[in-house]
Design a protein around this ligand. Structure first.
Ligand code: ZN
Ligand code: ZN
Length: 388
């Protein structure tokens, strides 16, 4: 504590008596140090770091993290591929853990409860999007879970879930149903909601036919969620080697997208396509597989230009070409409850801290079925001084 600085007043309501997680330590302001992994530069790879977490304010929840999913965004951000990243940067926005402390105004979450944090930890709460529960489209910019300026916390840069703890405003904390395996549930918080939201927006139901382009972290969730919604699912892939895997996930049909005859056979057979491919690719053959009033949602963000869309293909069938970004907090909770009801989780490979860099290389190579999840108990202990 800085000499001469007054001791902060105690919270109005005493914090519940809980054991401080063994791998965190508190200072006199109530802030804690957590062990973490993150990047110190675009070239550093992931290295052990120590992160300071604020003492819970009145509306805050402190979470001891159990698992954190590894998302492609984490790779881009830590390697500085999107530009504007600040270091040190601790990634991770598929966070699952248990509540260890709550602020004085939090009466709807209890210590010990299993909770989650996804891609955002705040937003302006005043714009039309926020008031409609669409915080991900906040007109003033949502506050990302890592690498974002946090206006309500002195403009500090947020640090993510490759860490033993995190403190988040209760309005951005989700409940993870106890029936879900916590490691396999972590990817629901990004990959799950990213695919659930457009399917939900399109009101997919029994009798609908859903197409899924790409069978990675997002694609495999799209297959499972669309099946759970009662749809028939067709998977498009460029590789015949993925046929069996697609069927194992529940796909009713698999189409080799590089085979013009197979694509022609799928003409006018699909109501909505969830396109998860982040590399540039020609969408026109996919529009040809949509029925009248069909829609294609593009979820992947290619770093280079896409081949042009043929407006005639859209016009002749009143097709909507749309994008979609994660989901709002209420919709994310709805998705988690839906997944618990239908027993939907991600297929995961759990890794320890010492495997993180290898896991990143394997993700880039597409060598994972279908999501890596970090076991946070392998992070070790924080040092005496925070790096971030
Ligand atoms: Zn993500
Ligand atoms: Zn807003």
């Amino acid at each position: 504590m800085t000499p001469g600085r007054p001791v902060p007043p105690p919270l109005a309501k005493p914090l519940p008596d809980v054991d401080t997680p063994s791998n965190t330590s508190a200072d006199t302001t109530g802030a804690t140090l957590a062990a973490a992994y993150g990047a110190t530069s675009p070239e550093s790879g992931l290295v052990p770091l120590t992160v300071s977490r604020r003492a819970p304010k009145a509306d805050d929840i402190e979470i001891a993290i159990e698992f954190c999913g590894l998302c492609h965004s984490d790779v881009h951000a830590t390697r500085g591929e999107w530009g504007g990243d600040t270091y040190p940067l601790i990634p991770g926005h598929e966070i699952v853990g248990r509540v260890t402390r709550v602020g004085s105004d939090v009466d709807d979450f209890t210590v010990g409860e299993r909770v989650g944090v996804g891609c955002m930890v705040d937003s302006c709460r005043e714009c039309d999007s926020c008031l409609d529960g669409l915080e991900q489209y906040c007109e003033n910019g949502m506050v990302g879970t890592y690498g974002a300026k946090d206006p309500r916390n002195d403009g500090a840069i947020t640090q993510g879930g490759y860490a033993t703890s995190i403190v988040v405003d209760r309005n951005y904390v989700l409940r993870i149903p106890e029936s879900l395996d916590p490691a396999a549930a972590a990817p629901l918080l990004c990959a799950g909601i990213t695919t659930y939201s457009p399917l939900n927006h399109f009101e997919v139901e029994e009798g609908d036919v859903v197409g899924v382009v790409g069978l990675g972290g997002l694609g495999h969730m799209a297959v499972k969620i669309a099946k759970a919604m009662g749809a028939e699912v067709k998977v498009f892939t460029t590789s015949e080697r993925k046929f069996a895997a697609a069927r194992e996930l529940g796909a009713d049909d698999v189409i080799l997208s590089t085979d013009p005859a197979a694509m022609e056979a799928a003409n006018r057979s699909i109501d909505v396509i969830i396109d998860t491919v982040a590399a540039p690719h020609d969408l026109n053959p996919y529009f040809h597989t949509l029925r009248l009033d069909g829609a294609l949602f593009q979820l992947g963000l290619p770093s280079e230009a896409m081949p042009p869309v043929n407006p005639g293909a859209l016009i002749r069938r009143r097709i909507a070409y749309a994008g979609s970004l994660i989901g709002g907090i209420a919709e994310t909770q709805e998705m988690l409850d839906f997944c618990a009801e239908h027993g939907v989780v991600s297929d995961v490979e759990v890794v320890g801290a010492d495997q993180l860099n290898d896991a990143y290389d394997r993700m880039v190579a597409g060598d994972v079925k279908y999501r890596f999840v970090l076991d946070v108990s392998t992070l070790g202990s924080p040092t005496e001084k925070a790096d971030a």
